[in-house]
Design a protein around this ligand. Structure first.
Ligand code: C2E
Ligand code: CA
Ligand code: CA
Ligand code: CA
Length: 280
């Protein structure tokens, strides 16, 4: 009995150490996932509310883990960020997105846009702007307009010249910028005037609570009016019900994205949705 007790004790590993080992293992897994082609880009439609047509798509990464199945980006993006791997991953997502945008602009809608997420670390990467992206777009014969970069509010608060420079570089290339998760962060509105932002994405937490006379309804309406006055288009995230779609449309919201229209799907499936739409 005494021996068993000692053995039990030796099995004990401090939680911090376990976490560190897991992190290391996951980081190695991430690296080989990129090399081994285990990442997929899924696309979710962004629907023009008035016409009901798919005008854009958001690229969302998935990890097809050989043992664990589909792993959510919420699980691995933070680690990809802290390990620096996010830079290579982001590069890959961009290239996949541009490739599909090229097809969809050619075959479905000449102004079709694919938006890609950029975490603050990617956006602020030192000594490296978007030259590589621009060269790649040129090779594909694609205009900068084919791509939208989604960034979060926090970036604009810390308006170092690095951030300003990158935003100017994007604008010069014709690449539009969307402010993601709007309303969840600091939500100081002054920077909407200061920076050249093209789209506001109203966070899902507002959409969820939309109801006539609700405070989230009032806030959403105010955000939409203000955005339009500043020349921005508005995309509502997390539209799940027809009621939400109606309220947003009535409030003048331009685009909707959410499970009501479709979940994020593999590119081939997204393509099939576009084909079906053009036949309808
Ligand atoms: P996000 O940019 O806010 O993306 C929207 C998230 O909401 C996606 O989660 C999407 O699947 C989910 N969503 C869409 N419609 C609905 C809806 O109607 N209801 C609900 N409940 N959820 C909806 P996902 O794909 O798990 O991505 C999570 C986050 O991971 C993204 O949030 C984004 O911050 C990050 N992410 C995803 N792909 C990339 C990437 O390629 N690069 C970077 N840096 N981050 C990424
Ligand atoms: Ca996003
Ligand atoms: Ca978002
Ligand atoms: Ca979000």
């Amino acid at each position: 009995a005494k021996d068993a007790g000692r053995n039990r004790f030796s099995y004990f590993t401090p939680a911090l150490q376990v976490a560190a080992i897991n992190r290391m293992r996951m980081t190695n897994d991430l690296r080989s996932a990129l090399k081994g082609g285990q990442f997929r880009v899924y696309f979710q439609p962004i629907v023009h509310l008035r016409s009901g047509k798919i005008h854009k798509a958001e690229a969302l990464i998935r990890w097809e883990h050989p043992q664990r199945g589909l792993v959510s980006p919420l699980e691995f993006i933070p680690l990809a960020e802290s390990s620096g791997l996010i830079l290579d991953i982001g590069e890959w997502v961009f290239k996949e997105s541009a490739r599909w945008a090229s097809l969809w602009r050619r075959e479905h809608h000449p102004e079709f846009q694919v938006s890609v997420n950029q975490s603050p670390l990617e956006f602020q990467r030192e000594g490296k702007g978007y030259e590589g992206w621009l060269a790649h777009l040129r090779e594909l014969g694609l205009s900068g307009q084919a791509v939208v970069v989604e960034i979060t509010e926090g970036l604009l608060l810390d308006a170092s010249s690095g951030v300003t420079d990158k935003l100017l570089q994007l604008r010069d290339a014709g690449i539009q910028v969307a402010l993601d998760d709007f309303g969840t962060g600091y939500s100081s509105l002054s920077y909407l005037k200061k920076f050249d932002i093209d789209y506001l994405k109203i966070d899902r937490s507002f959409t969820r609570n939309l109801a006539p006379e609700s405070s989230d309804m009032a806030l959403s309406e105010a955000i939409i009016v203000m955005a339009h006055k500043l020349g921005l288009r508005v995309i509502a995230e997390g539209v799940e019900t027809d009621r939400q779609r109606e309220l947003l449309l009535a409030a003048g919201c331009d685009y909707g994205q959410g499970y009501l229209f479709a979940r994020p799907v593999p590119a081939e499936e997204f393509n099939a949705m576009l084909v079906a739409q053009s036949r309808a």
